[in-house]
Design a binder for this molecule. Structure first.
Ligand code: NAD
Ligand code: DAU
Length: 337
């Protein structure tokens, strides 16, 4: 049995990754470390909670002593780091938690891992570190880092630390950078789940600016498969881009959700734009295709339908996260728009 540590496994992508590994890699056992922030949810792993190949420890990677203690008696061959503060709008409201978790927390992980032998660290990063594109072109792994938001700046900082640990200490590290994910268990602050639950609840659908901004959407399972093969076959010190080959304007996604869930577009509202809003992201993932034999499997329209079906079938899951913290955040962000 191979033991791996998944950090941030109670969030959207981390939980989907754990489901995938438990399903498809019977020889891997997982220790899941997560601080259970507002975005971390044990319900995301409820159906696998009794699996003997999965253990959980609540720990904050910003707390170095607690992290050391959680790992001191553990033997493992890899760490996959999903843990982060992840929402751009929250980073604009207040960057401190982003600096602490995304930079300091990653630095703690790196320092603990490098003092042991034979451990691979996979850092889950984002296309947002490359900044914004105009109407043409796509990010490659050679595109210079040029982050726009406090969130993406903190993720870029973490990437630089990972590369520095590889260069300076020979740490076996791989970085993956992915475009916008969608799918089950995504916290309803991000575009697609927010629009789905607002449409289901008869609430306004707030579209920033003109709605013309473009994202490249990837189903979370495709991203998780990419992380897994990069962990297993990625070359040490390398960066791998993943994308969904599904560029869409925000307004077209919101219309698709409104058409399906409301039958009309009456709830769509154009609201004040996000400060510093990146215009467009697009990923060139030829390197992952060539070196890792990876390609996205989901077609966007089918994946979006399946995601809407999941939220309809799992209303209890999302109703449970619409707590006071969520309502306060919602009022703070959207109240003034
Ligand atoms: P998420 O916000 O849904 O989950 C983050 C998880 O990290 C939560 O379980 C949370 O409790 C945990 N966490 C936060 N701070 C922590 C701390 N100090 N110590 C331990 N755990 C902590 O995020 P997500 O969307 O699943 O993203 C996972 C990773 O993938 C992030 O690193 C993000 O930058 C990256 N990423 C996300 C996307 C996307 O579209 N969502 C795309 C590319 C890359
Ligand atoms: O590209 C990868 C990144 O994708 C990840 O690194 C981030 O963790 C993740 O949050 C996501 O960032 P975005 O800012 O692109 O995602 P978000 O869902 O917040 O917004 C997607 C687009 O929709 C963006 O152009 C802003 C717009 N938007 C978003 C919200 C929440 C709206 O128009 N209205 C909204 O209410």
């Amino acid at each position: 049995m191979q033991n791996i540590v998944v950090v941030g496994g109670c969030g959207f992508i981390g939980a989907n990754f754990i489901h995938l590994v438990l399903r498809e890699r019977p020889d891997i056992a997982i220790l899941n470390l997560d601080a259970l922030t507002y975005a971390g949810n044990l319900a995301n792993l409820e159906d696998v909670s009794s699996n003997p190949r999965l253990r959980f420890c609540r720990v904050d990677i910003g707390d170095r002593a607690a992290l050391e203690k959680a790992l001191e008696n553990e033997t493992f061959s890899a760490v996959v780091n999903f843990a982060a503060e992840t929402h751009v709008d929250r980073s604009i409201l207040g960057p401190d938690a982003f600096v602490r978790t995304n930079i300091l927390g990653t630095s703690h992980l790196l320092d603990i891992v490098r003092k042991r032998q034979g451990i691979r660290l996979l850092q889950v990063s984002t296309d947002e570190v490359y900044g914004s594109l105009g109407d043409d072109g796509a990010f490659t792994e050679q595109t210079p880092i040029q982050p726009s938001s406090p969130y993406s700046a903190s993720k870029a900082s973490a990437d630089l630390l990972v590369q520095a640990y590889h260069h300076t200490f020979g740490l076996d590290a791989v970085i993956t950078r992915c475009s916008n994910n969608y799918g089950p268990y995504q916290f309803p602050e991000k575009l697609i789940p927010l629009m789905i639950i607002n449409a289901r609840s008869g609430k306004p659908l707030p579209v920033y600016g003109s709605g013309g901004n473009v994202r490249d959407w990837i189903h979370v399972e495709d991203h998780c498969r990419g992380v897994l093969v990069a962990l297993e076959r990625g070359r040490s010190g390398e960066v791998y881009n993943f994308g969904g080959a599904a560029e869409r304007r925000n307004i077209d996604i919101v219309h698709a959700i409104a058409d399906r869930l409301c039958g009309n577009r009456d709830l769509v509202r154009f609201v004040q734009d996000r400060p510093g809003h990146d215009w467009r992201y697009a990923m060139d993932f030829q390197k992952a295709a060539t070196q890792l034999d990876w390609a996205p499997r989901y077609a966007f329209d089918a994946g979006l339908q399946a995601t809407m079906d999941w939220y309809i079938a799992n209303e209890a899951w999302w109703q449970a996260v619409l707590n006071q913290e969520y309502r306060d955040y919602y009022e703070r962000l959207y109240g003034k728009r």
